[in-house]
Design a protein around this ligand. Structure first.
Ligand code: 5AD
Ligand code: FES
Length: 349
């Protein structure tokens, strides 16, 4: 196993067979060796610094009906809310004073907000906090909309590809959504100049080892700045309510493999990982993650942004999460920094 891991660390890729060998490996020493290699790479680019992003979940209205997601349009039990521009800016004010220098505006695909609304919100955030990065995470849009947000000052865009396997994509999404359009969006975002994040769920229904391998090939090919992965967790009001959650162990191994495939990538230890394991985020950092994304949304709405069941941090104020995360990160020898947290320059090859 050690030679497979060494070869992965050296070449930045691995064969399907070697990939399977790593994910089936139950030997704790080998797994620790994998994590030590990925930590080494993370430390090479980012030292012991962990970047924070302030996540503002500003609307849970969504026109889509992804089968896994708790805020899907046909979930009649979702208690819908949307924040006004002023409420969003209040979240940023609070976040700025807590040391956040990146704001992530995430929401369902809510057509209530026009492109003009987004342009004005982005412009206002950038003029109030010129030292901050703005990340948009509002789903699939036209190229011209993406261009307008970018011109208004948005720096980054997160759009998980969800799976790089077209057949798998069809089993996770209704017919109205298409794999081709997802890919088109990701290519447009990169092309326009956004620092772009992709990602997928670990252990989503119908996922196979082969489909995960395609995700890795996709990451290698597209060279995103950020990769968000977390376990799939069922939501009771979705068609996938009875599927089981993805595992923490597999998520950790994939974090480590992704770090070795793209050593300078921004890799969050996600809230979903912290939800399936109380020390999931710490374990994620020890497997090579270097970003955490605590919530800045108003506490009164947090429970309603429930993509999956039992989400953590729904009762805590932004400041509580910020300090809780500092403690957690320090307990494993890392530190959170007040910084935009841009992607480090790529290795010279
Ligand atoms: N479990 C885990 N992650 C989920 N997401 C959506 N629903 C779930 C779920 N049930 C993820 C998707 C989406 C991101 C915002 O949250 O990957 O892109
Ligand atoms: Fe929210 Fe710990 S990060 S309470």
């Amino acid at each position: 196993m050690k030679n497979i891991i060494d070869a992965l660390a050296k070449t930045g890729f691995l064969s399907l067979d070697d990939f399977k060998a790593i994910i089936h490996c139950g030997n704790a020493q080998d797994t620790e060796y994998l994590f030590s290699k990925s930590r080494e790479q993370a430390q090479k680019y980012y030292g012991n610094k962990i970047f924070v992003r302030g996540l503002i979940e500003f609307t849970n209205y969504c026109k889509n009906d992804c089968l896994y997601c708790g805020i899907r349009a046909s979930n009649k039990n979702a208690n819908r809310y949307r924040l006004s521009a002023e409420e969003i800016l209040n979240c940023c004010d609070n976040g700025y004073s807590l040391g956040f220098r990146t704001f992530v505006l995430q929401g369902g695909e809510d057509m209530h907000y026009t492109d003009d609304d987004y342009v004005s919100i982005i412009g206002e955030i950038k003029s109030r906090y010129p030292d901050c990065a703005v990340t948009m995470s509002i789903g699939e849009r036209s190229r011209s909309s993406y261009e307008r947000y970018f011109e208004a000052g948005a720096d980054r865009y997160l759009l998980r590809h969800e799976t790089a396997d077209c057949d798998h994509y069809k089993r996770l999404h209704p017919d109205k959504m298409s794999f081709e359009n997802r890919m088109r969006c990701i290519k447009d975002l990169k092309d326009i100049g956004y620092q772009t994040g992709v990602g997928f769920m670990v252990g989503s229904p119908y996922q196979t080892e082969e489909s995960i391998y395609k995700d890795l090939q996709f990451i290698k090919e597209i060279q995103p700045h950020m990769v968000g992965i977390g376990p799939f967790i069922p939501h009771k009001d979705t068609p996938f309510a009875d599927f089981k959650a993805g595992s923490c162990d597999l998520t950790l191994k994939l974090l480590a493999i992704i770090r070795l495939i793209k050593p300078n990538v921004l890799l969050p230890a996600t809230t979903a990982l912290g939800t399936i394991d109380p020390r999931g985020r710490e374990k994620g950092i020890l497997a090579g993650a270097n970003v955490v994304m605590p919530n800045l949304s108003p506490v009164m709405h947090r429970k309603d942004y429930s993509l999956y069941d039992n989400k953590i941090c729904t009762g805590e104020e932004a400041a509580e999460c910020r300090f809780c995360l500092s403690r957690r990160v320090e307990s494993i020898g890392y530190e959170i920094v007040t910084d935009r947290g841009d992607c480090a320059a790529a290795p010279q090859s």
